[in-house]
Design a protein around this ligand. Structure first.
Ligand code: AMP
Ligand code: MG
Length: 494
C-alpha cells in the first residue's frame, strides 16, 4: 500500500495541468471509464523529448511510477478518465462505435498553452467495447509509435506517441501476443464520426453543442464570424485537403480512412495498417482487409472528400433552417475540395522540385515525372531525394531516354528562376526526406522487441527517423527499400 501511495505522490509531482473540458459536454458524448488492472506493467518506451515539450518531467521518474502511470494503474489527481462516444462509416457502412479500447485520461495544458488529450489505447474494455476485449498488442502499439513519430518529424500534422508499456498479460488475436498500452497525445479526438454520432440523435441540439465546443477548441478565430458553421466546415475542409496533400507528397498510405478515423482538427490519427509506399504505384494498398483498394494511395484525396460529405450531412441543420438551402451551401463548399487539394499538392511538388515561382506548365512537368516513375518502377522517396543533389547519383534508371528528356525540361524550368544551385539543393533537401519508415525496417524493429525483448533496433530506427531530411553514413542504409515488397501486407491488429 505504501508503494501505491509513493507512486501517487510521485505521479502528482510530474507537472500535470489537467483542464478537462470534454466531460462538460452532455452525457451522451461520453461515459466515465477506468483502465483495467493488469498483471505486471513494464515500460517499453517513453518519449522523453515529447514529455519535456508537454511540460511533464518524466526524466527522473522511477520506472515503476511510469509503468503504473502509462498502464492506467494509478490515476493522477485531476484526471477524469472517460470513453468517448462516436459513430462512423467503416468501409462505407455506417456503424455506432465509441472508444472500445481507448480511454481519455484527461486534457492537459502544455507550457505553450495548448490543450492536448492524453489517451490510453489498449487499457481494457469500456461501455463501447461490444465483443472486443479492449486490449492491444505490443507490435501494433509500437508500430503506431514509430509511424506517428516519423510523421511528426516530417512536419505532418499528427497525433503523437508518449509511451508504450507492456501489461504482463497476453492478448489473443490469430496468435498469443504480449498485451500493451499506448499513450497517445492529440489536439483532440473529435472525429467526423463524432458529428455523425451527434446527428444520429434526431435532435438538432447535440450537433450544435458539439460544433460550438469544437470551434471553441480548434477554430476560435471563427468566433465572430456571422456564418460561423459554414466557415467551420470550410476550415475543416481546408485542413483535410492540406493534410491529404502532405500524405501524398511523402507516399503515406493511411490504410483505413473510415470517418471515425478522420480527426476534425486536421491531424493524422489512428495508425493501423498504414505504411509508406516504396515503388511509385498509385494503386498501392497495404491493408490485408482492403480487398477492393478503397483506401489505396491514389484514392486518399477523394476518400477525404467523401468523408467530408458525411460531415456536411451531419452539419446540415446548422447551415440553414431550410434543408434545400443547407444542401446548396454544403454542396458549394464541398465542390471546392479538388481545387484546394490540388493547389496544396502542386505547391508541395514545386518545393520538391526546387521551384519557387509558379508557371502554368508546372502541373504537366510534375505529371510527366510521375508517369516516368510509374513506368520505370522507381522508388518514390529516393527518386526525389536523388534529384536533390548537385549531380545525379549513378543509377541505370536515370539513363533512360524518357527520364533524360524530362530532366532537361526540369533544368530549363529551374534556369528561369536564376537561383544559385546551392539554394535549390538546400530547398529540395528540406522538402524531400532521405529516410522514411521503410516497411522492412519497421518489421525488424518490432520483431526484435516482441521476440527478443530487444529494443535497441527500435531506438536506432527512431533516432534516424527523427531527422528524416539529414543524410549521414549512419542513416544511408535506412534509405534502401526492402528487396522484395510484393505481397507486403499490414494488419489492423484490433
Ligand atoms: P480502429 O480500427 O482502431 O479505428 O477501431 C474501430 C472501432 O473498433 C473503434 O470503435 C474501436 O474502439 C473498436 N475496437 C478496435 N479494437 C477493439 C478491441 N480489441 N476491443 C474493443 N473495441 C475495439
Ligand atoms: Mg479508430
Amino acid at each position: 500500500m505504501t508503494d501505491e501511495r509513493e507512486i501517487e505522490t510521485e505521479l502528482d509531482s510530474l507537472g500535470w495541468q489537467f483542464d478537462n473540458t470534454y466531460g462538460q459536454l452532455p452525457e451522451l458524448f461520453h461515459v466515465s471509464s477506468r483502465p483495467v488492472k493488469v498483471a505486471a506493467p513494464r515500460v517499453a518506451i517513453v518519449n522523453q523529448k515529447l514529455a519535456a515539450e508537454l511540460g511533464l518531467n518524466l526524466a527522473n521518474a522511477k520506472p515503476e511510477t511510469l509503468a503504473a502511470l502509462f498502464s492506467g494503474q494509478v490515476i493522477p489527481t485531476g484526471a477524469q478518465p472517460l470513453a468517448q462516444a462516436y459513430a462512423g462509416h467503416q468501409y462505407a457502412h455506417f456503424t455506432m462505435l465509441g472508444d472500445g479500447r481507448a480511454i481519455l485520461l484527461g486534457e492537459h495544458r502544455t507550457p505553450s498553452g495548448q490543450l492536448v488529450d492524453i489517451q490510453f489505447k489498449g487499457s481494457g474494455p469500456t461501455a463501447f467495447s461490444r465483443r472486443g476485449d479492449g486490449r492491444a498488442a505490443l507490435g501494433p502499439m509500437l508500430r503506431e509509435y514509430i509511424i506517428s513519430e516519423a510523421m511528426a518529424a516530417l512536419g505532418i500534422p499528427t497525433t503523437r506517441s508518449l509511451a508504450v508499456v507492456t501489461t504482463g498479460e497476453h492478448v489473443f488475436r490469430e496468435t498469443r501476443l504480449q498485451g500493451a498500452v499506448l499513450t497517445r497525445i492529440a489536439a483532440s479526438h473529435i472525429r467526423v464520426g463524432t458529428f455523425q454520432y451527434a446527428a444520429a440523435r434526431q435532435d438538432e441540439l447535440p450537433v450544435k453543442q458539439l460544433a460550438d465546443y469544437t470551434i471553441q477548441r480548434h477554430y476560435p478565430e471563427l468566433n465572430e464570424s456571422p456564418e460561423i458553421y459554414q466557415d467551420f466546415f470550410r476550415e475543416v475542409l481546408h485542413r483535410q485537403a492540406r493534410l491529404m496533400a502532405r500524405w501524398q507528397l511523402v507516399g503515406f498510405v493511411h490504410g483505413v480512412m473510415n470517418t471515425d478515423n478522420m480527426s476534425i482538427c486536421g491531424e493524422t490519427i489512428d495508425y493501423g495498417p498504414c505504411a509508406f509506399m516504396n515503388t511509385y504505384k498509385p494503386e498501392t494498398v497495404f491493408s490485408s482487409i482492403d480487398q477492393s483498394g478503397r483506401y489505396a494511395y491514389v484514392n486518399q484525396p477523394a476518400i477525404a472528400q467523401w468523408n467530408l460529405t458525411r460531415l456536411a450531412e451531419a452539419l446540415l441543420t446548422l447551415f440553414s433552417p431550410s434543408e434545400e438551402e443547407a444542401i446548396a451551401i454544403a454542396t458549394k463548399i464541398l465542390a471546392t475540395f479538388p481545387e484546394v487539394y490540388t493547389q496544396a499538392w502542386l505547391a508541395g511538388m514545386r518545393a520538391k522540385l526546387g521551384l519557387q515561382s509558379s508557371d502554368p506548365s508546372d502541373a504537366e512537368l510534375v505529371q510527366s515525372l510521375l508517369s516516368w516513375m510509374q513506368s520505370a518502377q522507381a522508388d518514390f522517396t529516393n527518386t526525389f531525394r536523388d534529384l536533390s543533389n548537385n549531380e545525379l547519383p549513378a543509377n541505370p534508371l536515370f539513363d533512360q531516354a524518357e527520364f533524360q528528356e524530362w530532366h532537361t525540361r526540369w533544368q530549363q524550368r529551374l534556369q528561369q528562376e536564376y537561383r544559385p544551385r546551392d539554394n535549390v539543393v538546400k530547398q529540395m533537401r528540406s522538402a524531400n526526406p532521405a529516410v522514411i519508415p521503410r516497411n522492412h525496417r519497421v518489421e525488424e524493429a518490432l520483431a526484435a522487441a516482441e521476440d527478443q525483448n530487444d529494443f535497441s533496433v527500435l531506438h536506432r530506427l527512431l533516432a534516424v527517423l527523427e531527422k528524416p531530411f539529414e543524410l549521414s553514413p549512419e542513416n544511408e542504409k535506412y534509405r534502401e527499400p526492402s528487396p522484395d515488397e510484393r505481397g507486403y501486407r499490414t494488419f489492423c491488429g484490433t
